[in-house]
Design a protein. Structure first.
Ligand SMILES: *Cc1c(COP(=O)(O)O)cnc(C)c1O
Length: 424
Protein backbone atom coordinates (compact mmCIF):
# COMPACT_ATOMS: atom_id res chain seq x y z
CA UNK A 1 0.00 0.00 0.00
CA UNK A 2 1.27 3.48 -0.86
CA UNK A 3 1.16 5.75 2.15
CA UNK A 4 2.49 9.02 0.89
CA UNK A 5 1.24 11.51 -1.65
CA UNK A 6 4.42 11.57 -3.73
CA UNK A 7 4.53 7.77 -4.15
CA UNK A 8 0.84 7.70 -4.96
CA UNK A 9 1.24 10.46 -7.54
CA UNK A 10 4.27 8.72 -9.09
CA UNK A 11 2.26 5.50 -9.40
CA UNK A 12 -0.71 7.36 -10.87
CA UNK A 13 1.50 8.90 -13.57
CA UNK A 14 1.89 5.40 -14.97
CA UNK A 15 -1.86 4.86 -15.01
CA UNK A 16 -3.25 8.20 -16.20
CA UNK A 17 -2.09 10.97 -18.48
CA UNK A 18 -0.51 13.43 -16.05
CA UNK A 19 -1.48 11.17 -13.16
CA UNK A 20 -5.04 12.50 -13.00
CA UNK A 21 -8.51 12.16 -14.50
CA UNK A 22 -9.19 15.89 -14.76
CA UNK A 23 -6.29 18.23 -15.57
CA UNK A 24 -6.34 20.88 -12.84
CA UNK A 25 -6.04 18.18 -10.16
CA UNK A 26 -2.38 17.76 -11.20
CA UNK A 27 -1.42 21.12 -9.56
CA UNK A 28 0.52 22.10 -12.68
CA UNK A 29 -0.15 25.82 -12.35
CA UNK A 30 0.95 26.01 -8.71
CA UNK A 31 3.55 23.24 -8.65
CA UNK A 32 3.98 20.65 -5.93
CA UNK A 33 2.30 17.31 -5.37
CA UNK A 34 -1.46 17.02 -5.09
CA UNK A 35 -2.59 15.42 -1.83
CA UNK A 36 -4.30 12.08 -2.43
CA UNK A 37 -7.56 12.18 -0.53
CA UNK A 38 -8.55 9.46 1.88
CA UNK A 39 -11.80 10.94 3.17
CA UNK A 40 -13.81 14.04 3.89
CA UNK A 41 -15.64 14.96 7.09
CA UNK A 42 -17.79 18.07 7.21
CA UNK A 43 -15.54 21.00 6.41
CA UNK A 44 -12.35 18.93 6.40
CA UNK A 45 -10.45 16.77 3.95
CA UNK A 46 -7.92 14.15 5.05
CA UNK A 47 -5.14 12.94 2.76
CA UNK A 48 -3.57 9.48 2.75
CA UNK A 49 -0.75 10.76 4.98
CA UNK A 50 -3.35 11.62 7.61
CA UNK A 51 -2.93 15.38 7.14
CA UNK A 52 -6.09 17.42 7.66
CA UNK A 53 -7.13 20.38 5.49
CA UNK A 54 -9.88 22.98 5.71
CA UNK A 55 -11.53 22.40 2.35
CA UNK A 56 -12.45 25.43 0.25
CA UNK A 57 -12.72 23.40 -2.98
CA UNK A 58 -15.56 21.06 -2.03
CA UNK A 59 -15.17 18.83 -5.04
CA UNK A 60 -15.16 22.00 -7.19
CA UNK A 61 -18.52 23.17 -5.92
CA UNK A 62 -21.04 20.37 -5.35
CA UNK A 63 -20.54 19.84 -1.61
CA UNK A 64 -22.37 22.85 -0.20
CA UNK A 65 -23.41 20.73 2.82
CA UNK A 66 -19.84 19.61 3.40
CA UNK A 67 -18.37 16.12 3.13
CA UNK A 68 -20.33 13.00 4.00
CA UNK A 69 -23.43 14.91 5.09
CA UNK A 70 -25.52 12.44 7.06
CA UNK A 71 -28.84 13.04 5.31
CA UNK A 72 -27.23 12.79 1.87
CA UNK A 73 -25.31 9.62 2.72
CA UNK A 74 -28.44 8.06 4.24
CA UNK A 75 -30.47 8.85 1.11
CA UNK A 76 -27.77 7.40 -1.13
CA UNK A 77 -27.42 4.18 0.88
CA UNK A 78 -31.18 3.70 1.21
CA UNK A 79 -31.65 4.17 -2.55
CA UNK A 80 -28.65 2.08 -3.57
CA UNK A 81 -30.05 -0.90 -1.71
CA UNK A 82 -33.01 -0.88 -4.10
CA UNK A 83 -30.76 -1.11 -7.14
CA UNK A 84 -28.28 1.21 -8.79
CA UNK A 85 -29.87 1.96 -12.13
CA UNK A 86 -32.92 0.97 -14.15
CA UNK A 87 -32.90 3.08 -17.31
CA UNK A 88 -36.60 3.64 -16.71
CA UNK A 89 -38.56 6.46 -15.08
CA UNK A 90 -38.45 6.76 -11.27
CA UNK A 91 -40.28 9.00 -8.81
CA UNK A 92 -36.96 10.39 -7.60
CA UNK A 93 -36.44 12.17 -10.92
CA UNK A 94 -39.78 13.93 -10.58
CA UNK A 95 -39.03 14.80 -6.97
CA UNK A 96 -35.71 16.48 -7.80
CA UNK A 97 -37.21 18.24 -10.83
CA UNK A 98 -40.06 19.65 -8.74
CA UNK A 99 -37.58 21.01 -6.21
CA UNK A 100 -35.50 22.72 -8.90
CA UNK A 101 -38.52 24.12 -10.74
CA UNK A 102 -40.07 25.40 -7.51
CA UNK A 103 -37.05 27.68 -7.12
CA UNK A 104 -36.39 28.50 -10.79
CA UNK A 105 -39.94 29.51 -11.65
CA UNK A 106 -38.92 30.99 -15.00
CA UNK A 107 -38.50 27.40 -16.23
CA UNK A 108 -41.29 24.94 -17.05
CA UNK A 109 -39.45 21.67 -17.57
CA UNK A 110 -36.07 20.03 -17.21
CA UNK A 111 -34.00 17.26 -18.69
CA UNK A 112 -31.49 15.48 -16.47
CA UNK A 113 -28.08 14.52 -17.77
CA UNK A 114 -24.94 13.34 -15.98
CA UNK A 115 -22.40 16.18 -16.33
CA UNK A 116 -22.33 19.92 -16.75
CA UNK A 117 -20.55 19.42 -20.05
CA UNK A 118 -23.49 17.41 -21.32
CA UNK A 119 -26.02 19.94 -20.01
CA UNK A 120 -24.47 22.87 -21.86
CA UNK A 121 -23.75 20.82 -24.99
CA UNK A 122 -27.44 19.84 -25.05
CA UNK A 123 -28.57 23.40 -24.34
CA UNK A 124 -26.66 24.57 -27.43
CA UNK A 125 -28.16 21.85 -29.58
CA UNK A 126 -31.59 22.77 -28.27
CA UNK A 127 -31.03 26.47 -28.99
CA UNK A 128 -29.80 25.67 -32.48
CA UNK A 129 -32.68 23.30 -33.12
CA UNK A 130 -35.29 25.72 -31.76
CA UNK A 131 -34.01 28.71 -33.75
CA UNK A 132 -32.80 26.92 -36.88
CA UNK A 133 -29.54 28.87 -36.58
CA UNK A 134 -25.93 27.69 -36.22
CA UNK A 135 -23.88 30.43 -34.57
CA UNK A 136 -23.37 30.75 -30.84
CA UNK A 137 -21.83 33.54 -28.78
CA UNK A 138 -19.68 32.80 -25.73
CA UNK A 139 -17.39 34.93 -23.60
CA UNK A 140 -13.62 34.79 -23.16
CA UNK A 141 -12.77 33.24 -19.84
CA UNK A 142 -16.11 31.47 -19.37
CA UNK A 143 -15.96 27.69 -19.09
CA UNK A 144 -18.94 25.60 -20.11
CA UNK A 145 -17.47 22.11 -20.08
CA UNK A 146 -15.37 20.50 -22.78
CA UNK A 147 -17.73 19.95 -25.69
CA UNK A 148 -16.24 20.93 -29.04
CA UNK A 149 -18.26 24.12 -29.60
CA UNK A 150 -17.28 25.50 -26.23
CA UNK A 151 -13.56 24.78 -26.11
CA UNK A 152 -13.08 27.98 -28.00
CA UNK A 153 -11.63 31.33 -27.02
CA UNK A 154 -10.54 34.30 -29.11
CA UNK A 155 -6.87 34.03 -30.03
CA UNK A 156 -6.56 37.74 -29.38
CA UNK A 157 -8.82 40.55 -28.30
CA UNK A 158 -9.27 41.53 -31.92
CA UNK A 159 -10.27 38.12 -33.23
CA UNK A 160 -13.93 37.84 -34.05
CA UNK A 161 -14.11 34.20 -34.98
CA UNK A 162 -13.23 31.57 -32.46
CA UNK A 163 -10.05 29.60 -32.65
CA UNK A 164 -10.02 26.24 -30.88
CA UNK A 165 -8.39 26.34 -27.45
CA UNK A 166 -7.73 22.60 -27.64
CA UNK A 167 -6.18 20.39 -30.28
CA UNK A 168 -8.76 18.08 -31.73
CA UNK A 169 -11.49 20.69 -32.12
CA UNK A 170 -12.04 21.06 -35.87
CA UNK A 171 -11.66 24.67 -36.96
CA UNK A 172 -14.93 24.33 -38.88
CA UNK A 173 -16.69 23.80 -35.52
CA UNK A 174 -14.83 26.63 -33.88
CA UNK A 175 -15.95 29.01 -36.63
CA UNK A 176 -19.51 28.62 -35.43
CA UNK A 177 -18.54 29.92 -31.99
CA UNK A 178 -18.27 33.71 -31.81
CA UNK A 179 -16.35 35.05 -28.85
CA UNK A 180 -17.12 38.27 -27.00
CA UNK A 181 -15.62 40.01 -23.96
CA UNK A 182 -17.20 39.54 -20.55
CA UNK A 183 -18.92 42.65 -19.15
CA UNK A 184 -18.43 44.41 -22.51
CA UNK A 185 -21.77 44.84 -24.24
CA UNK A 186 -20.24 46.63 -27.23
CA UNK A 187 -18.29 43.45 -28.10
CA UNK A 188 -21.59 41.51 -28.24
CA UNK A 189 -23.41 44.30 -30.06
CA UNK A 190 -20.75 44.14 -32.76
CA UNK A 191 -21.30 40.42 -33.30
CA UNK A 192 -25.07 40.90 -33.54
CA UNK A 193 -24.63 43.84 -35.93
CA UNK A 194 -22.58 41.63 -38.22
CA UNK A 195 -24.31 38.24 -37.88
CA UNK A 196 -27.45 38.79 -35.77
CA UNK A 197 -29.78 36.82 -38.04
CA UNK A 198 -27.62 33.70 -37.75
CA UNK A 199 -27.00 33.68 -33.98
CA UNK A 200 -28.90 30.92 -32.16
CA UNK A 201 -27.90 31.84 -28.63
CA UNK A 202 -25.68 33.67 -26.21
CA UNK A 203 -24.27 31.43 -23.48
CA UNK A 204 -22.83 32.98 -20.33
CA UNK A 205 -21.86 32.22 -16.78
CA UNK A 206 -23.91 35.05 -15.21
CA UNK A 207 -21.55 34.78 -12.26
CA UNK A 208 -18.31 33.71 -13.92
CA UNK A 209 -16.51 31.24 -11.71
CA UNK A 210 -13.99 29.78 -14.10
CA UNK A 211 -11.66 32.77 -14.55
CA UNK A 212 -11.64 33.30 -10.83
CA UNK A 213 -14.87 34.81 -9.52
CA UNK A 214 -16.00 37.62 -11.83
CA UNK A 215 -19.68 38.56 -11.58
CA UNK A 216 -21.46 40.10 -14.56
CA UNK A 217 -22.82 43.65 -14.20
CA UNK A 218 -26.58 44.09 -14.19
CA UNK A 219 -26.62 46.55 -17.15
CA UNK A 220 -24.48 44.10 -19.15
CA UNK A 221 -26.89 41.21 -18.52
CA UNK A 222 -29.86 43.44 -19.35
CA UNK A 223 -28.10 44.45 -22.56
CA UNK A 224 -27.63 40.78 -23.49
CA UNK A 225 -31.32 40.13 -22.86
CA UNK A 226 -32.30 43.05 -25.09
CA UNK A 227 -29.94 42.02 -27.91
CA UNK A 228 -31.20 38.44 -27.83
CA UNK A 229 -34.82 39.63 -27.90
CA UNK A 230 -34.23 42.05 -30.76
CA UNK A 231 -32.49 39.40 -32.88
CA UNK A 232 -34.53 36.33 -31.97
CA UNK A 233 -31.64 34.60 -30.21
CA UNK A 234 -31.92 32.62 -26.95
CA UNK A 235 -30.11 33.58 -23.76
CA UNK A 236 -28.55 30.67 -21.88
CA UNK A 237 -27.43 31.07 -18.28
CA UNK A 238 -24.86 28.43 -17.41
CA UNK A 239 -25.51 27.98 -13.70
CA UNK A 240 -23.70 24.67 -13.37
CA UNK A 241 -21.54 26.31 -10.69
CA UNK A 242 -23.69 29.20 -9.45
CA UNK A 243 -27.06 27.43 -9.29
CA UNK A 244 -28.07 26.82 -5.66
CA UNK A 245 -24.60 28.21 -4.75
CA UNK A 246 -24.67 31.99 -5.18
CA UNK A 247 -28.18 31.99 -3.71
CA UNK A 248 -30.93 29.39 -3.62
CA UNK A 249 -31.88 30.63 -7.09
CA UNK A 250 -28.24 31.11 -8.08
CA UNK A 251 -27.52 34.09 -10.29
CA UNK A 252 -31.24 34.87 -10.45
CA UNK A 253 -30.89 36.04 -6.86
CA UNK A 254 -28.50 38.70 -8.15
CA UNK A 255 -30.13 39.86 -11.40
CA UNK A 256 -33.59 40.75 -12.68
CA UNK A 257 -32.76 39.29 -16.10
CA UNK A 258 -34.46 35.99 -16.91
CA UNK A 259 -32.81 33.62 -19.39
CA UNK A 260 -34.48 31.26 -21.87
CA UNK A 261 -32.46 28.20 -20.91
CA UNK A 262 -30.61 27.43 -17.66
CA UNK A 263 -28.05 24.70 -17.16
CA UNK A 264 -27.38 23.12 -13.77
CA UNK A 265 -24.87 20.67 -12.29
CA UNK A 266 -22.61 20.45 -9.23
CA UNK A 267 -24.83 21.33 -6.21
CA UNK A 268 -28.00 19.74 -7.65
CA UNK A 269 -26.26 16.36 -7.46
CA UNK A 270 -24.86 16.83 -3.96
CA UNK A 271 -21.60 15.14 -5.01
CA UNK A 272 -23.04 12.61 -7.45
CA UNK A 273 -23.18 12.86 -11.26
CA UNK A 274 -26.25 14.99 -11.90
CA UNK A 275 -26.72 17.91 -14.25
CA UNK A 276 -29.73 19.33 -16.05
CA UNK A 277 -31.02 21.89 -18.45
CA UNK A 278 -34.31 23.69 -18.05
CA UNK A 279 -36.40 25.95 -20.27
CA UNK A 280 -39.90 27.13 -21.05
CA UNK A 281 -42.20 24.46 -22.43
CA UNK A 282 -42.16 25.73 -26.01
CA UNK A 283 -38.37 25.57 -26.13
CA UNK A 284 -37.62 22.35 -24.26
CA UNK A 285 -40.36 20.41 -26.02
CA UNK A 286 -38.10 20.50 -29.05
CA UNK A 287 -36.19 17.67 -27.35
CA UNK A 288 -36.72 14.11 -28.44
CA UNK A 289 -39.09 12.20 -28.04
CA UNK A 290 -41.53 15.09 -28.65
CA UNK A 291 -39.32 17.23 -30.85
CA UNK A 292 -36.54 16.65 -33.33
CA UNK A 293 -33.53 17.61 -31.20
CA UNK A 294 -31.95 14.32 -30.14
CA UNK A 295 -30.51 13.71 -26.69
CA UNK A 296 -30.23 10.58 -24.52
CA UNK A 297 -28.28 9.04 -21.64
CA UNK A 298 -27.97 5.54 -20.16
CA UNK A 299 -27.43 6.87 -16.64
CA UNK A 300 -29.46 10.09 -16.96
CA UNK A 301 -31.64 10.58 -13.89
CA UNK A 302 -29.78 7.83 -12.06
CA UNK A 303 -31.79 7.06 -8.91
CA UNK A 304 -28.88 7.05 -6.46
CA UNK A 305 -27.66 10.37 -7.81
CA UNK A 306 -31.19 11.81 -7.76
CA UNK A 307 -31.50 10.80 -4.10
CA UNK A 308 -28.32 12.71 -3.26
CA UNK A 309 -29.67 15.75 -5.10
CA UNK A 310 -33.06 15.60 -3.38
CA UNK A 311 -31.49 15.34 0.08
CA UNK A 312 -29.17 18.26 -0.69
CA UNK A 313 -31.78 20.60 -2.16
CA UNK A 314 -34.33 19.81 0.55
CA UNK A 315 -31.83 20.83 3.21
CA UNK A 316 -30.99 24.03 1.33
CA UNK A 317 -34.65 24.92 0.84
CA UNK A 318 -35.69 24.04 4.40
CA UNK A 319 -32.88 25.80 6.29
CA UNK A 320 -33.75 29.45 6.95
CA UNK A 321 -31.13 32.10 6.07
CA UNK A 322 -28.63 29.47 4.98
CA UNK A 323 -27.21 31.61 2.15
CA UNK A 324 -26.92 34.67 4.40
CA UNK A 325 -24.80 32.68 6.83
CA UNK A 326 -22.66 31.24 4.02
CA UNK A 327 -22.27 34.67 2.47
CA UNK A 328 -21.27 36.30 5.74
CA UNK A 329 -18.57 33.66 6.26
CA UNK A 330 -17.29 34.11 2.71
CA UNK A 331 -17.15 37.88 3.27
CA UNK A 332 -15.27 37.45 6.53
CA UNK A 333 -12.78 35.07 4.89
CA UNK A 334 -11.88 37.32 1.96
CA UNK A 335 -11.98 40.36 4.26
CA UNK A 336 -9.36 38.59 6.39
CA UNK A 337 -7.28 37.71 3.31
CA UNK A 338 -7.48 41.36 2.19
CA UNK A 339 -6.38 42.62 5.63
CA UNK A 340 -3.48 40.14 5.65
CA UNK A 341 -2.44 41.35 2.19
CA UNK A 342 -2.65 45.02 3.27
CA UNK A 343 -0.35 44.32 6.21
CA UNK A 344 2.22 43.10 3.69
CA UNK A 345 1.53 45.84 1.15
CA UNK A 346 0.20 43.36 -1.38
CA UNK A 347 -2.65 44.42 -3.68
CA UNK A 348 -5.63 42.05 -3.54
CA UNK A 349 -9.04 42.14 -5.23
CA UNK A 350 -11.86 40.14 -3.73
CA UNK A 351 -15.37 39.09 -4.71
CA UNK A 352 -18.17 37.18 -3.00
CA UNK A 353 -21.46 35.83 -4.32
CA UNK A 354 -23.25 33.86 -1.61
CA UNK A 355 -21.08 30.85 -0.77
CA UNK A 356 -18.69 31.58 -3.68
CA UNK A 357 -15.56 33.64 -3.11
CA UNK A 358 -12.63 34.73 -5.23
CA UNK A 359 -9.47 36.80 -4.92
CA UNK A 360 -6.87 38.09 -7.36
CA UNK A 361 -3.39 39.40 -6.65
CA UNK A 362 -3.98 42.52 -8.70
CA UNK A 363 -4.00 46.26 -8.20
CA UNK A 364 -7.09 46.75 -10.35
CA UNK A 365 -10.66 45.45 -10.04
CA UNK A 366 -11.12 42.39 -12.29
CA UNK A 367 -14.09 42.60 -14.68
CA UNK A 368 -13.06 40.33 -17.53
CA UNK A 369 -10.60 37.68 -18.65
CA UNK A 370 -7.82 40.17 -19.44
CA UNK A 371 -8.13 41.50 -15.91
CA UNK A 372 -7.88 37.98 -14.54
CA UNK A 373 -4.86 37.22 -16.73
CA UNK A 374 -3.13 40.38 -15.51
CA UNK A 375 -3.12 39.16 -11.91
CA UNK A 376 0.08 37.84 -10.33
CA UNK A 377 0.20 34.08 -11.00
CA UNK A 378 3.56 33.55 -9.28
CA UNK A 379 2.29 35.18 -6.10
CA UNK A 380 -0.84 33.04 -6.22
CA UNK A 381 1.26 29.87 -6.59
CA UNK A 382 3.41 30.83 -3.58
CA UNK A 383 0.32 31.69 -1.52
CA UNK A 384 -1.38 28.43 -2.49
CA UNK A 385 1.65 26.38 -1.42
CA UNK A 386 1.96 28.25 1.89
CA UNK A 387 -1.73 27.75 2.65
CA UNK A 388 -1.61 24.06 1.76
CA UNK A 389 1.33 23.60 4.11
CA UNK A 390 -0.77 25.28 6.84
CA UNK A 391 -3.66 22.90 6.24
CA UNK A 392 -5.83 25.12 4.04
CA UNK A 393 -6.93 23.51 0.78
CA UNK A 394 -7.57 26.17 -1.89
CA UNK A 395 -8.16 25.44 -5.57
CA UNK A 396 -4.75 25.04 -7.23
CA UNK A 397 -5.25 27.85 -9.75
CA UNK A 398 -6.12 31.53 -9.51
CA UNK A 399 -8.73 30.98 -12.23
CA UNK A 400 -11.01 29.05 -9.90
CA UNK A 401 -13.62 29.96 -7.33
CA UNK A 402 -13.52 29.08 -3.64
CA UNK A 403 -16.51 27.71 -1.75
CA UNK A 404 -17.91 27.89 1.77
CA UNK A 405 -20.03 24.96 2.95
CA UNK A 406 -22.48 24.80 5.83
CA UNK A 407 -19.71 22.86 7.63
CA UNK A 408 -17.13 25.62 7.17
CA UNK A 409 -17.23 26.90 10.74
CA UNK A 410 -16.32 30.34 12.06
CA UNK A 411 -13.30 28.70 13.69
CA UNK A 412 -12.18 27.34 10.31
CA UNK A 413 -12.50 30.84 8.82
CA UNK A 414 -10.35 32.19 11.69
CA UNK A 415 -7.78 29.49 11.11
CA UNK A 416 -7.63 30.19 7.36
CA UNK A 417 -7.20 33.92 7.98
CA UNK A 418 -4.43 33.24 10.50
CA UNK A 419 -2.74 31.00 7.91
CA UNK A 420 -2.95 33.81 5.32
CA UNK A 421 -1.38 36.22 7.86
CA UNK A 422 1.53 33.90 8.55
CA UNK A 423 2.05 32.96 4.89
CA UNK A 424 5.14 34.70 3.49
C1 LIG B 1 -18.11 22.75 -13.88
C2 LIG B 1 -18.76 23.54 -14.96
C3 LIG B 1 -19.18 22.95 -16.16
C4 LIG B 1 -18.85 21.54 -16.53
O1 LIG B 1 -19.42 20.62 -15.68
P1 LIG B 1 -18.82 19.11 -15.62
O2 LIG B 1 -19.76 18.40 -14.73
O3 LIG B 1 -17.43 19.25 -15.09
O4 LIG B 1 -18.83 18.60 -17.02
C5 LIG B 1 -19.90 23.72 -17.04
N1 LIG B 1 -20.17 25.01 -16.78
C6 LIG B 1 -19.77 25.62 -15.66
C7 LIG B 1 -20.13 27.04 -15.40
C8 LIG B 1 -19.04 24.90 -14.71
O5 LIG B 1 -18.60 25.52 -13.60
Amino acid sequence: MTLNNQAAFDAAQKLFAGGVNSPVRAFKSVGGTPPFIDRGEGGYLYDIEGKRYIDFVQSWGPLILGHANQSVIDAVVRTAKKGLSFGAPTLLESELAELILSIYDCLDKLRFVSTGTEAVMTALRLARGATGRDLIVKFRGCYHGHSDSLLVEAGSGAATFGAPSSLGVPSDFAKLTLVAEYNDLASVQKLFDERGGAIACVVIEPIAGNMGLVPADEPFLQGLRALCDRHGALLIFDEVMSGFRAALNGALGWTRVRPDIVTFGKVIGGGMSVAALGAKREIIDNLSPIGKVYQAGTLSGNPVAMAAGVATLRTLIDTPNIYDTLGARAQRLVGGFAAAAREKNIALQTAVRGSMFGFFFSGKPVRDFDGALASDAARFAAFHGAMLKRGVYLAPSQFETGFISTQTSEAMIDEAIAAARSAP
